[in-house]
Design a protein around this ligand. Structure first.
Ligand code: GDP
Ligand code: MN
Length: 380
C-alpha cells in the first residue's frame, strides 16, 4: 500500500527523521489559514498517490500573502495523472543548499535490502540513472548483518559530504530509515529530496513510503492509513469478504474462480487490447454470497465499464454462481454490461438461471473476453 506524503512524514516524525513543520488541510480556507499561521515563505503541496507533483504544478512555494489565495486555488484545482487534489500539505518554506536522493527498498534481483543514494536529488531518479549510471550509488545490505560503518563510508564518499554535523545527521536519518523499513514491513522508503539547508540542517522534504501488504496482520496500528483511497478500501472490504482481490487501473471488472484462471483472464484481456480493473479470485467454494460481495465492490468503482465473469466449474458450481448473480441483481440492479463465461459443473442449470435474467452466457473464454473488451470501447 502506498502512503501519502503526509502519512509517510507522520512515520518519519515517529522515527525522529527531521521534517519541516507542516499541517494537512482538506479545504481551501483551512489551507490559507494554516499558511498564514506558518508565515512566509510557505509551501503548498498537493497530496496525491503519484510522483512528479513538482513538474505538474502541485508544489507551490508562496513568498507572500498576496500570492497565497491564488496558489491554494491552483493546487486544489489540479488533476495530477488523473488524481484530483483533495488534500494539501502546508509546510514552512526552507532554504535549500543541496538536494539528495535516498531510498531503501526490497531488491528482488539480489535478494537483499538495497540502499540507493544520489547527489542529484529532487529530480526523477530513473532519468538521472539513465543519463549517468555512476551518479547513482546502490549498496546491497545483508539483512542478517544490517547497515554498517562501511556502508556509511561509501555513502558519504559518494555524496562528497565531509561536514561533521551533516555526516552525523545523515547517519542518524539513514539508520532510522533502515529501522523503519524493517519494523514496519516496508518495501520502499524514499526521501527525494533529502535536503541540506543553508544552515546545515538535514531535512526530509518529501516522502514516498510503500508498506508490504503482507505485513498488515502484524501491524494493526498501520490500518489507520488504509481506507484513505478507494483502491485500498476495496482491497480491505474484499479481504473481509474472504475474496482474493487486487485493485488495478483498468475498466473491466473481473470475477473469476481460481487464482490461475484469474491471472489467465487478465492476460487474455491484455492480449485483446483491454485493461482489467482488478484481479479477483472468488475461490472454490459454492457460496452465492461471494458473488454478491464481489459485485458490490466492483460496481462501486467509477472506472468500471463492464463486468466479466469467467467461471470454470469444478468444485465451484455454475448454478451457485448464477444464483449469486441473480441475488445481487435482485438486491441492486446493475446497469453495466455483464459478460459471462460459464462452463463445467452444473453448467446447464447455471445457463437456465441466467436465461431467466436475460443474461446470455458463453462457454468460450476467448469469446467472453473479446466481448468484454468491446463493451469497454475496444482496443486501448
Ligand atoms: P515531487 O515533485 O512530487 O517529488 O515533490 P517534492 O516534495 O519532492 O518537491 C519537488 C521540489 O519542490 C523539491 O525537489 C524542491 O526543489 C521544491 N520544494 C519543495 N519544498 C520546498 C521548500 O520548502 N522550499 C523550496 N525552496 N523548495 C521546495
Ligand atoms: Mn520528490
Amino acid at each position: 500500500m502506498n502512503l501519502y506524503e503526509y502519512q509517510g512524514k507522520e512515520l518519519f516524525a515517529q522515527y525522529r527523521i527531521p521534517i519541516p513543520k507542516g499541517k494537512l488541510a482538506v479545504n481551501r480556507s483551512d489551507a490559507v489559514g494554516y499558511a498564514l499561521q506558518a508565515g512566509f515563505p510557505v509551501v503548498v503541496k498537493a497530496q496525491v498517490l503519484t510522483g512528479g507533483r513538482g513538474k505538474s504544478g502541485g508544489i507551490k512555494v508562496v513568498k507572500n500573502e498576496a500570492e497565497l489565495d491564488r496558489a491554494v486555488d491552483d493546487v486544489f484545482s489540479l488533476r495530477i495523472k488523473g488524481f484530483a487534489v483533495e488534500k494539501v500539505l502546508i509546510e514552512e518554506g526552507v532554504n535549500i543548499d543541496k538536494e539528495i536522493y535516498m531510498s531503501i527498498l526490497t531488491n528482488r534481483a539480489t535478494e537483499k535490502i538495497t540502499l540507493i543514494a544520489c547527489g542529484q536529488g529532487g529530480m526523477d531518479i530513473e532519468e538521472v540513472a539513465k543519463k549517468d549510471a555512476a551518479a547513482v550509488l546502490k549498496m546491497d545490505i545483508d539483512p542478517l548483518i544490517g547497515l554498517r560503518s562501511h556502508h556509511f563510508l561509501k555513502l558519504f564518499r559518494h555524496l562528497e559530504i565531509s561536514d561533521q554535523s551533516v555526516i552525523y545527521q545523515m547517519k542518524h536519518i539513514a539508520g532510522k530509515m533502515y529501522e523503519m523499513f524493517n519494523e514496519l514491513y516496508l518495501s520502499l522508503v524514499e526521501i527525494n529530496p533529502l535536503i541540506i539547508t543553508s544552515g546545515k540542517r538535514v531535512l526530509a522534504l518529501d516522502s514516498k513510503t510503500v508498506i508490504d501488504d503482507n505485513g498488515f496482520p502484524f501491524l494493526k496500528e498501520m490500518e489507520r492509513f488504509a481506507n484513505q483511497d478507494d483502491k485500498n478500501r476495496d482491497e480491505i472490504d474484499a479481504k473481509n469478504a474472504n475474496l482474493s482481490f487486487v485493485a488495478l487501473d483498468g475498466d473491466i471488472g473481473c470475477i473469476v474462480n481460481g487464482a490461475g484462471l484469474a491471472m489467465a483472464t487478465m492476460d487474455m484481456i491484455k492480449h485483446f487490447g483491454g485493461d482489467p480493473a482488478n484481479f479477483l479470485d472468488i475461490g472454490g467454494s459454492s457460496n452465492p454470497d461471494k458473488v454478491v460481495n464481489a459485485l458490490k465492490i466492483i460496481t462501486r468503482n467509477p472506472r468500471v465499464k463492464a463486468i466479466l465473469f469467467n467461471i470454470f466449474g469444478g468444485i465451484t458450481r455454475c448454478d451457485d454462481v448464477a444464483k449469486g448473480i441473480k441475488e445481487a441483481l435482485l438486491k441492486s440492479p446493475i446497469s453495466l454490461p455483464i459478460v459471462i463465461r460459464l462452463t463445467g459443473t452444473n453448467q446447464s442449470e447455471g445457463v437456465e438461471i441466467l436465461k431467466g435474467l436475460k443474461l446470455p452466457a458463453t462457454s468460450s473464454m476467448q469469446e467472453a473476453v473479446k466481448m468484454a473488451v468491446e463493451k469497454c470501447g475496444g482496443v486501448k
